[in-house]
Design a binder for this molecule. Sequence first.
Ligand code: GAL
Length: 354
Amino acid sequence: MSVSPSRLVGLGLAVSALALSLVACGSDEPAAGGGGKKIALLLPESKTTRYEALDRPLFTEALKAACADCELIYSNADQDAAKQQQQAEAALTQGANVLVLDPVDGKAAAAVVASAKGQNVPVVAYDRFIESADYYVSFENEAVGKLQAQTLVDTLKAAGKTSGNLAMINGSPTDPNAADFKKGAHSVLDSSGFKVAAEFDTPDWSPDKAQAWMEGQLSAIKNGLVGVYAANDGTAGGAIAALKGGGVTPLPPVTGQDSELAAIQRIVSGDQAMTIYKAVKPQAEAAAKGAVALANGGKPESTTDKNGVPSTILDPVAVTKANIKDTVVKDNIYKVTDICTASFATSCTAAGLS
Ligand code: GAL
């Protein structure tokens, strides 16, 4: 009797599958990382590009490295706190052993924590603080606001300006980080000699709402306007579109945060003065390692604590034209070719980037 090659291949696969399952069953030792656990990552939105472009893939990779056979449950709440609560409940129903939660609404997240704790499921507060979480990983958020504001003031002074009106576009009122960015920024701007002539808290961090607000302000403050504090790159994009649409020339310096590719390109071309680089990789790694430790009944490594929650707090970096190469390019977030597409070729050369 002859056996066809395809059948041999099939047999071979079946034998190796059997061998693999024997290895798995034969060992009393847990797999690398003590896994088999389910970790839920719940991110807040997708208009800000970092979440789908960086946080999600980097956390997925870090979780694999920390625990080869852990399972990732992922969801994105699209800026909707009620949707996020449902996603958290769904993750708990699916047997999540730890929730890694970046809350749309920091206060509403208390209900998620209560529900998780009721099922002995620890919660990692990811990027945004949550009271009574088991671990918190973020950046020095007041420092973000200070760096943004200081760079704005330095840019204005370098252009010979010492007074004039500023517009301030803050983040979402439900995001605890937004309050920290705002506090840090005010601590610099309020004594800078420049005047915060108008200020807005952007619902959901929505770039469209930031743009609409800026458009509405133009007639009132356009004349004396010397600079715009925008809390992140999404709101900066909205502000810049409004300024351009309103014929404001030259564009006043505008701040940002997140080092989104579009913002780095705007910095290269001169439309945006600065952004903030927050290295998401170490943030995702700390969160993934902490989640695995908690899933196995251990304690995450922490360097400090915030309101009694063990925490790892990383440093933000201000990015201007001068240090794009030493920050996002050096860390391989973007290649020069990603930034210097055809329409940015001339400004890239001028910025010493190509
Ligand atoms: C903040 C976060 C920022 C930015 C913003 C909008 O909490 O720290 O990096 O992404 O939310 O989602």
